[in-house]
Design a protein around this ligand. Structure first.
Ligand SMILES: Cc1ncc(C[n+]2csc(CCOP(=O)(O)OP(=O)(O)O)c2C)c(N)n1
Ligand code: SF4
Length: 264
């Protein structure tokens, strides 16, 4: 870790609460790598999050930060941006925080295209509260509330952000460290709402119920099943069947529509 990234970490909050093998640290590291490349100042940057393991991330960063109520990170972040557009606003959120209790805020923050970067750590589960199914639990997968396998189709958050109006939307995983850091940096540079989703391992609440007990099992799962968006589109064109287990990664949208909260 470069000393510049260390400067952005709140050393007095360590050790962190995360379980052994949790992927949240990787996403924090990718984010701070992108932030330091931007040359941003700590005093000009605010991190906002809701509630959940992933949302604890804002507390480990040495900027001013808001660890808010469950599902309301984007509402608080919108308030910060509207009051002080000159600040850089970055949001950490979980799949439950963002797309279950916070789903409506997500859609409307994208529709308004508010100038912030939203990083969703999607571990496909409610991690902090013991492994309940979330709107992102893939069909057929096990959780404490889907003991026979999830029956409902999962949300595709990156597609949702693009459809709702965000200027930038990308999905990678905690295995794709370089691509994830680059996508976050593109998001930080982009005026308007940037959404970056990272599929991330939670061996404790998701892995152990889905035959992926260790972090390396889960990283191997991501490596094998991530399908580049461009490749998926080619497969669809030629009518090739896409196995249910596979999920798309890449850039879903990158455009420059008018945005709210962009500093003048
Ligand atoms: C209004 C409200 N409802 C429920 C909770 C309990 N709660 C805390 S964290 C959490 C789920 C977190 O899941 P997710 O956002 O996916 O984050 P993760 O812990 O998986 O990173 C829930 C339901 C709460 N704190 N507040
Ligand atoms: S429960 Fe899952 S997401 Fe939460 S700290 Fe443990 S491994 Fe990470």
């Amino acid at each position: 870790m470069s000393s510049k990234i260390k400067d952005w970490l709140r050393q007095d909050r360590l050790p962190h609460i995360y379980c052994t093998g949790c992927g949240n640290g990787t996403v924090i590291n990718c984010t701070l790598s992108a932030v330091t490349q931007m040359g941003w100042e700590i005093d000009d940057t605010v991190f906002v999050s809701g509630i959940g393991c992933s949302s604890r991330a804002s507390g480990y960063i040495s900027t001013d930060s808001l660890h808010t109520t469950h599902g309301r990170a984007l509402a608080f972040a919108t308030g910060v941006k509207m009051a002080k557009p000159e600040l850089n606003v970055v949001v950490f959120t979980g799949d439950g925080d963002l797309s279950a209790i916070g789903g409506n805020h997500f859609i409307h923050a994208c529709r308004r295209n508010i100038d912030m970067t939203v990083i969703c750590i999607n571990n496909m589960i409610y991690g902090m509260t013991g492994g309940q199914g979330s709107p992102c639990t893939p069909e057929g997968k096990y959780s404490t509330t889907t003991p026979y396998g999830a029956h409902e189709p999962a949300f595709d958050l990156a597609e949702l952000a693009a459809a709702a109006g965000a200027n930038y939307s990308a999905r990678w995983t905690a295995y794709h460290v370089k691509q994830l850091s680059d996508a976050i940096k593109t998001g930080l540079e982009k005026p308007g709402l940037s959404f970056i989703e990272s599929i991330t391992q939670c061996p404790t609440s998701y892995g152990r119920r889905n035959k992926l007990r260790t972090a390396s099992d889960m990283l191997e799962y991501m490596r094998t099943n991530a399908l580049l968006l461009s490749k998926k589109r080619r497969m669809e064109e030629i009518g090739e069947e896409i196995p249910a287990e596979r999920f798309t990664v890449g850039e879903f949208v990158n455009r420059n529509k008018p945005a709210m909260g962009v500093p003048k």
